[in-house]
Design a protein around this ligand. Structure first.
Ligand code: ATP
Ligand code: MG
Length: 172
């Protein structure tokens, strides 16, 4: 219900806050939040490389935290035991960065990739029923990122893993 509420609000043009915040700190907070869930499958979550400096971005902080929660939750949910989820932040252009969420989980067949961000879309109906969830996580991610005039994309190989990436504006 909370998820549907979020979709409805985003579709009716919810107003975004314009915060300047350190995306390194936000991602670290999300790692802490999901640590217990990850440890149950012995999945390591963290940065691919350490960031000893802040990376300031301009966006709605709460909503970007939601994006990271949805993507990282999926990487754990569809991750393999003893696997890993790595986050990588890199420069996209003079005014943009890209955040990659890289997992070595079950992966997604390429026939399913085009519809992945549709609401209620789930790859394997029977498996998804076992996993639980409503199929709204990625639809919310897409709405939030597009409301920011940014981009989200996915690369995946069945059996090998997936990388979900999104862009954000740097704060200059
Ligand atoms: P909810 O997020 O609402 O709890 P959900 O996780 O099934 O449910 P989405 O987050 O929208 O829904 O994801 C849609 C589908 O995409 C999932 O059901 C799953 O099949 C697939 N998927 C998403 N992320 C990954 C991933 N990292 N690895 C493999 N499959 C994924
Ligand atoms: Mg999900």
């Amino acid at each position: 219900v909370k998820d549907l509420d979020m979709i409805a609000k985003l579709e009716s043009g919810m107003k975004l806050e314009q915060n300047t915040f350190n995306i390194v700190k936000t991602a670290s907070d999300v790692f802490d939040l999901l640590e217990l869930k990850a440890s149950k499958k012995n999945i390591a979550i963290g940065f691919q490389e350490p960031y000893d400096f802040p990376i300031p971005v301009k966006a709605d902080q709460e909503k970007i935290e939601q994006v990271l929660i949805n993507l990282l939750s999926n990487s754990i949910k569809y991750g393999k035991i003893n696997g890993s989820t790595l986050v990588n932040i890199h420069t996209h252009s003079s005014h943009r960065i890209v955040i990659d969420v890289i997992d070595d989980g079950i992966g997604i067949d390429k026939t399913n990739l085009p519809r992945l961000f549709e609401r209620f879309y789930r790859v394997d109906k029977s498996r998804s029923r076992v996993q639980g969830g409503s199929g709204l996580g990625l639809a919310i991610v897409k709405h939030i990122i597009e409301a920011h005039d940014q981009e989200v994309f996915v690369k995946s190989t069945l059996g090998k893993g997936s990388t979900f990436s999104f862009t954000l504006n740097k704060s200059i």
